[in-house]
Design a binder for this molecule. Structure first.
Ligand code: NAD
Ligand code: MG
Length: 389
């Protein structure tokens, strides 16, 4: 029996992880958590009887206690960062699925590694900003960081059995998102609704916007650098609009190994939970008698500046990936609240990267201070320039 704790169990990755657990008797859900969606947490607690539930807001935690106390008294309900840390280090768990969104995942992920838990890593923002701390720590504590992001899971699968064979190149595939092929001018007036319409994947709002701006692919380049110990110059982004090839590895002899499948996040989630085993997954399969084409394009780096900025940030290193990520988190939230236009996401990232004074090897505290600096810098700029309310 493998015991699973989920950081962010009510989101897109969280609920799909629960689906995998529901369909496999040898997986047990021991802890759930959410920002504020206590209705869904209540359902999850009633169905799975976990020992712990963490809710970010204490008020909501109180409400949830009232909702479940009489039926499931054995489930402890905690709140705030302390609650997330308790969930991450829970004695009863074997693996933590980090399905939370944003840099808030840094501390719980590090705490889980310190406590010897394996990590099923979906929360890429954590690796983007703190990869230099997390990867050595995981090696020291002998815990596995198992990628859940579909591209990284694909690469992980392609590397199976290759032992010491050197990677020549990683070919990270991208769908291109809803705005593939558009010019910068055409992106000027795109709306939140248009950006949220991803052609192939149904995901949380933040990553869906990141996919439209291709900042997501930029974050994934940085994520891949840390997971697979390659230089960013060895990572090539290939647009593969049908999302059938989930990524590829080219070896020294020129052989390219790819992983293919229908776009279904349950596969990488399940692979992380069962690695190195494969178990049956009840889902749509690729049908090669119906598949008409798998096509490729070069990404348009001049229009989708997110990818270009990410290569620049990881090239600079230190605290720069944190600046890229924090500025993006802030900008995406403003875009979703309709306070800025789509292209201003890039302007905000650019502005912060230009203003930043680099910290070469930031500690966790310095990473979080940098996040704070980014937020303050953007707010100050807005107030003085009066661009937006
Ligand atoms: P989502 O918005 O659907 O879900 C986020 C989850 O985090 C929710 O359960 C929410 O309640 C929880 N959460 C947010 N703030 C919290 C807080 N302060 N305290 C406790 N819980 C909090 O997001 P998602 O699409 O599932 O993405 C999660 C992560 O996985 C992101 O880092 C994303 O980049 C990555 N990812 C997602 C997909 C996908 O298909 N959705 C694919 C690859 C990678
Ligand atoms: Mg991905």
């Amino acid at each position: 029996m493998k015991k699973v704790a989920i950081l962010g169990s009510t989101g897109s990755i969280g609920t799909q992880t629960i689906d995998v657990i529901r369909n496999n008797e040898d997986l047990e859900l021991v802890a759930v958590s959410a920002g504020s969606n206590i209705r869904m947490l209540e359902e999850q607690i009633r169905e799975f009887h976990p020992v712990l539930a963490a809710v970010w807001e204490e008020e909501k935690a109180k409400e949830l206690r009232l909702l479940v106390a009489d039926v499931i008294p054995e489930c402890r309900i905690v709140s705030g960062m302390e609650g997330l840390l308790e969930l991450a280090t829970l004695e009863e768990s074997d693996i933590l699925i980090t399905a939370i969104v944003g840099m808030i995942g840094i501390k719980p992920t590090i705490a889980a590694i310190e406590a010897g838990k394996d990590i099923g890593l979906a929360n890429k923002e954590t690796l983007v900003t703190a990869g230099h701390i997390i990867m050595p720590l995981a090696a020291e504590k002998k815990v596995s960081i198992l990628p859940v992001d579909s591209e990284h899971s694909a690469i992980f699968q392609c590397l199976n059995g290759e032992r010491d064979n050197r990677i020549h190149k990683l070919l990270l595939t991208a769908s291109g998102g809803p705005f593939r092929g558009k010019t910068r001018q055409e992106l000027e007036n795109v709306t939140v609704e248009m950006a949220l319409k991803h052609p192939n994947w149904a995901m949380g709002q933040k990553i869906t916007i990141d996919s439209a701006s291709m900042v997501n692919k930029g974050l994934e380049v940085i994520e891949a650098k840390w997971l697979f110990h390659v230089d960013p110059s060895q990572i090539e982004v290939v647009v593969q609009p049908q999302s059938i090839i989930h990524s590829m590895v080219e070896f020294e002899d020129g052989a390219v190994i790819a992983q293919l499948g229908t776009p279904d996040m349950r596969l990488p989630i399940q692979y992380a939970l069962y690695y190195p085993d494969r178990v049956y997954l009840n889902g749509e399969r690729l049908d090669f008698s119906k598949l008409t084409e798998i096509t490729f394009e070069k990404p348009d780096l001049n229009t989708f500046l997110g990818l270009q900025y990410a290569y620049e940030a990881i090239g600079t290193g230190g605290s720069m990936p944190t600046v890229l990520n924090a500025a993006n988190e802030f900008a995406v939230s403003k875009f979703l609240h309709r306070n800025i236009s789509f292209l201003e996401i890039y302007d905000i990232i650019r502005f912060c990267m230009d203003e930043h004074r680099l910290i070469s090897n930031p500690t966790v505290e310095e990473i979080l201070e940098t996040e704070h600096w980014v937020y303050e810098t953007i707010e100050r700029r807005w107030k003085t320039c009066g661009i937006h309310s």
